[in-house]
Write a protein that binds this ligand. Structure first.
Ligand SMILES: Cc1ncc(COP(=O)(O)O)c(C=O)c1O
Ligand SMILES: N[C@@H](CCCC[NH3+])C(=O)O
Length: 381
């Protein structure tokens, strides 16, 4: 399927984010089918992209919302997610955020530490409520992804380490305003080696047994998100292999009767439907390198600067034999580089250059550094 472009591209100012809603629907349908087949509930991780037209489509599929701030909780509610389908996660929830989520009577707080548990109990008590909580445990499983987006190792700030679990359970037993409803793990993002999820499923089974030996039955198992996408050859894998991913948990998790299994997917649902569209401002020839300087930079898409991430770069208007370019943005930082020695057709001022697979952690991570304008979003399909 060729990249869909707006009919008025030649006169439309750049940069902008372009979203293919047809591809989004196709991706959501594939995920919903696979989830249904394995009886797994999806909570969409809003942090990947919280634009209203995207949330509207996610919500229509019957997915819930996985939120990591009070504003994300509010955004989910404003965009039609029922409170009973909203989860609030995150290592540093403020009192104000917890209070808002309690007042909205969301489904569950994913709790990351003993002090947080005590605060939720206190605030719930003050509101005359009982909060449902899942404990986020650190399963110490290596996601084999970039170290900045690995979250399930003991060295990471996330989750409760297994050594601390007995004390957390003692605390939980003493707190009157919190009810333990589940177990939560999340080991990282952009996971492409699915064997990692097999290890995770085994670890979750062990954890469940550990709880059961202490007489605790878990209403749901939340195995987090992290399914990766193909940044290198997006057109070959526009829709991720949800069947393989859900199948692992469907097959390997030892589910108890009536127990629910939840996943929190972000990137895999929205990454491929988004593209950052820019134009070449200048081609600057230096002795060693040809720079293609774009009108988009790290302020629009920070992933290459932050994680050395690869995004496929295509010159849609260039013709002629390929040459190598360092593709950079206009921001006053040397890390404002989208790719080095990128093969592009002969590139000129005004050419339209796109960065693919930018629907997740693209627009949401944009900034106003250098007092840049926010790039608008354009929706097709
Ligand atoms: C706790 C939690 N759940 C879900 C996600 C969504 O991850 P992804 O977009 O990789 O599916 C993240 C981000 O890594 C996360 O930290
Ligand atoms: N923002 C990151 C992933 C972090 C996911 C959230 N825990 C990325 O662009 O890849």
């Amino acid at each position: 399927m060729p990249l869909q472009l707006p009919a008025d591209l030649s006169t439309r100012p750049t940069p902008f984010y372009l979203y293919d809603l047809g591809l989004l629907e196709q991706t959501l349908a594939a995920a919903a089918d696979a989830a249904r087949q394995h009886d797994i509930q999806v909570h969409y991780a809003l942090k990947a992209n919280s634009n209203a037209p995207i949330l509207e489509r996610v919500q229509r599929r019957g997915f819930g919302a996985d939120c990591v701030s009070g504003n994300e909780v509010q955004c989910a509610l404003d965009n039609g997610f029922a409170p009973g389908h909203v989860v609030f996660a995150g290592v540093g929830k403020s009192d104000a955020e917890i209070n808002r989520a309690l007042a909205a009577d969301i489904w569950c707080f994913n709790v990351e530490s003993a002090p947080e548990l005590a605060v939720i109990d206190e605030l719930a008590g003050a509101q005359g409520r009982r909060a449902r909580v899942a404990l986020r445990l650190n399963p110490n499983v290596d996601a084999r992804t970039h170290h900045y987006i690995t979250t399930g190792l003991e060295a990471n700030k996330f989750g409760i380490n297994l050594a601390d679990l007995p004390q957390v359970l003692e605390l939980l037993a003493r707190l009157p305003n919190v009810e333990l409803v589940g177990l939560h793990v999340h080991i990282g993002s952009q996971i492409t080696d699915l064997a990692v999820y097999e290890t995770l499923a085994g670890r979750v089974n062990e954890l469940q047994q550990w709880f059961e030996h202490r007489g605790i039955r878990l209403g749901h198992l939340n195995v987090g998100g992290g399914l990766g996408v193909d940044y290198h050859e997006p057109d070959a894998h526009l829709v991720p292999d949800f069947d393989a991913y859900f199948g692992i948990f469907g097959r390997l998790l030892q589910r108890r009767p009536g127990q629910q299994v939840h996943v929190e997917l972000g990137r895999s649902l929205v990454a491929q439907c988004g593209t950052l569209v820019s134009r070449v401002l200048y081609v600057k020839e230096s002795q060693q390198t040809s720079f293609a300087i774009l009108d988009a930079g790290m302020t629009e898409l920070i992933r290459p600067a932050l994680y050395q991430s690869y995004h496929r770069i295509e010159n849609l208007s260039g013709q002629g034999p390929e040459r190598l370019y360092d593709v950079v943005g206009p921001i006053c930082e040397s890390s404002d580089t989208f790719g080095k020695r990128v093969a592009l057709p002969e590139t000129r001022r005004g050419d339209v250059v796109v960065l693919r697979t930018a629907g997740a952690y693209g627009e949401v991570m944009s900034s106003g550094y250098n007092l840049r304008d926010k790039a608008p979003a354009v929706y097709l399909g």
